[in-house]
Ligand binder design. Structure first.
Ligand code: ADP
Length: 626
């Protein structure tokens, strides 16, 4: 038998192949030879319970649709219908709505019916025989207690949840152990009434621990008033509020937000879609988990699995979630939360919010601090170096003074000899007079006065010398420059006399207060005068004159020393202040270099020019104190 059959098929094979190809072309289905599940449009009918915008179902539906679109291997045509009758306690006849659906889907039933919420599940089960006798169904977002198991067929899959109200209340008491009153907000639609009864049942064990206040018979306006005046240690429990006792419908989350705005107690809920802005938190039904399981069921059914074989455990509450902002608002400490809680919506601390800016500022402060301490260190070092260089300058200047005074030695000796000589002569004369019989006392008195004057002259010379040769540290004080210059001129006067040079000094008629070291400044002036005198050679038979004068400019004191010598040659003008620059056979070339250093240490300037009438002119400028 089998042998004959196989021979037949071998013979007929090509004929069948051609025939089926022809059919495929005629029916316009090029892929009919190799049918594939991919690319086939699937029509999904979603039945909503109250309306598209009723929480929590709206959020579950949104999440389920997003999940379907993301995970479905087929293109989907999602059609949604809302079962308005769930809102009413005494709904009118459902027949017209059923008829409407019937006319829509009679010829072309959807590939799957997905009901969201218990009323939609109930409706779908009730009318499936008429509307979609062979269409598989997924009954989603329905509490275990509301699944009508008796009505389930082989063509139905259920994604149910289990609400554990005791767990919610226990967690409230864990977080706020002093709670004495719990006001329960639930609407008045048939479904909501059912839940009020269930809650009363479930919460019986709390009877003596907590006073339960039921708001289900109140219009929402009245509920708001009550919630604003709750006694201390009260909480609000938000079940749901689709339709209130006055028959007013509450879509979206406006009702919950209004309640939060007026309530004087924290609000707790067990639904994820109400979390994030109004409720404190706790264990709750998680949208993500419910929608993930529902999407899974829908895809399996669409993929051809037998619906009754697709079974899930009822979905339990997820781990407790809390809203950080509400915890802050009601002064609930994080330590009082159950150990596995998750805290969301934590507001970033100033540090978290401005981390980069703060790090940047800190870095800038650190760098700046580093720079400042570096600069301070540098300044300290510079100060040290300045002090040391001043000391060296003082020593150098002292040595230079010795050499300057050395040049004055002959004339100083001459200047001392003169008074000492006349003291001797006057003393001898007085002795002779005293040997006489009647010495002239008045004459002797005059002689003694002369002796005293000569002695004072000699001591003055010695005082000046000592003062200029004194080895003193660089010491800045408030000085009067006219006097300082006068001392220096006085020291040089004898030399000038010896060299037949007229040395004149003309101080300005007002005081010149500067800050400086008088000995050092005297040395500078003395050096300039000696140089000026050196410039007037013995062979110079013309005018032999050195003139010194002081002057006052806007903010500076000026000392000028001019001579009638040949002046400084043009190329040398640039070099005279350089160390070791000299044109003199025995010169050291240090006088002007030291003078420049001293003047600059006094924040002043020194310069050399030639006078139009001949001769050099050296000018020192020092800042005036006042
Ligand atoms: P020194 O006197 O040992 O040469 P200085 O530094 O005092 O060292 O002077 C440097 C040089 O400047 C002198 O050798 C001289 O050539 C020139 N000089 C200084 N003062 C005068 C002046 N009044 N007239 C002409 N040349 C001068």
């Amino acid at each position: 038998m089998s042998g004959r059959k196989s021979r037949m098929s071998v013979k007929l094979g090509p004929v069948w192949l051609w025939l089926s190809l022809l059919l495929a072309v005629l029916s316009g289905r090029a892929d009919a030879a190799e049918p594939s599940a991919r690319g086939e449009l699937k029509r999904v009918l979603i039945l909503h319970s109250f309306g598209r915008e009723f929480r929590p179902w709206s959020e579950y539906a949104r999440s389920i649709k997003a999940g379907l679109e993301q995970r479905s291997p087929w293109p989907l045509d999602i059609q949604e219908h809302t079962l308005l009758s769930a809102r009413f306690n005494n709904p009118g006849p459902e027949a017209p709505f059923v008829e409407y659906l019937h006319s829509l889907y009679e010829g072309a039933p959807p590939d799957i019916v997905l009901s969201i919420g218990a009323p939609a599940a109930r409706f779908a089960q009730r009318y499936r025989a008429k509307l979609f006798p062979d269409t598989p169904m997924v009954l989603a977002v329905v509490e275990e207690r509301l699944v009508d198991r008796l009505e389930l067929t082989d063509n139905d899959a259920v994604v149910s949840a289990r609400l554990d109200f005791m767990a919610v209340f226990e967690s409230i008491l864990h977080v706020l152990p002093d709670t004495k009153t719990a006001a329960i907000v639930i609407g008045a639609s048939p479904l909501e009434k059912f839940w009020t009864d269930q809650l009363k049942q479930d919460l019986k064990p709390l009877g003596n621990r907590l006073e339960l206040v039921w708001y289900s018979d109140l219009p929402f306006e009245a509920i708001l008033k009550r919630a604003a005046g709750l006694p201390p240690h009260a909480v609000l429990f938000w079940g749901q509020m689709s339709v209130d006792a006055a028959g007013i419908v509450h879509e979206g989350d406006l009702a919950l937000r209004s309640l939060r705005a007026v309530a004087n107690a924290p609000i707790f809920s067990y639904q994820d879609p109400f979390f994030g802005g109004s409720t404190v938190g706790g264990p709750m039904q998680l949208t993500a988990e419910i929608s993930r399981t529902t999407v899974d069921a829908v895809i399996r059914v669409l993929g051809g699995e037998k619906p009754s074989a697709i079974r899930y455990e009822p979905i339990q509450f997820g781990r407790p979630k809390y809203d950080w902002r509400e915890l802050q608002r009601w002064g609930i400490s994080e330590s009082s939360l159950p150990p596995d809680s998750e805290i969301l919506f934590r507001e970033p601390t100033v540090w978290e919010r401005y981390r980069w800016q703060m790090l940047l500022i800190a870095a800038i402060i650190l760098v700046q601090g580093g720079l400042i301490s570096g600069l301070l260190h540098e300044r300290h070092r510079r100060r040290g170096a300045e002090i040391e260089s001043r000391q060296r300058l003082a020593e150098l200047a002292h040595a230079n003074r010795y050499s300057a005074v050395g040049e004055l030695t002959t004339s100083i000796a001459h200047e001392l000899n003169q008074p000492l000589g006349s003291i001797l002569t006057n003393t001898e004369t007085a002795e002779l007079m005293l040997q006489g019989n009647s010495p002239d006392i008045d004459e002797i008195r005059l002689i003694l006065a002369d002796i005293r004057r000569d002695d004072q002259r000699a001591s003055e010379v010695i005082r000046r010398l000592r003062s200029v040769l004194k080895k003193t540290p660089f010491e800045i004080k408030d000085i009067e420059l006219n006097d300082t210059v006068r001392e220096a001129v006085g020291l040089a006067r004898a030399v000038a006399d010896g060299r037949r040079i007229t040395l004149t000094y003309t101080p300005v008629l007002i005081d010149l207060h500067v800050k400086g070291d008088p000995i050092q400044l005297q040395q500078v002036v003395l050096n300039l005068i000696i140089n000026a005198m050196d410039a007037i050679s013995d062979a110079n038979t013309g005018k032999r004159e050195v003139r010194v004068w002081t002057a006052r400019a806007a903010r500076e004191a000026e000392v000028n020393v001019v001579d009638t010598g040949p002046g400084v040659t043009a190329p040398d003008l640039a070099n005279v202040f350089d160390p070791f620059f000299t044109t003199k056979p025995q010169g050291m070339g240090m006088g002007l270099a030291i003078a420049k250093t001293i003047v600059e240490a006094h924040q002043g300037t020194i310069g050399a020019t030639n006078q139009p009438a001949g001769g050099a002119r050296f000018t020192i400028r020092l800042p005036l104190l006042r």
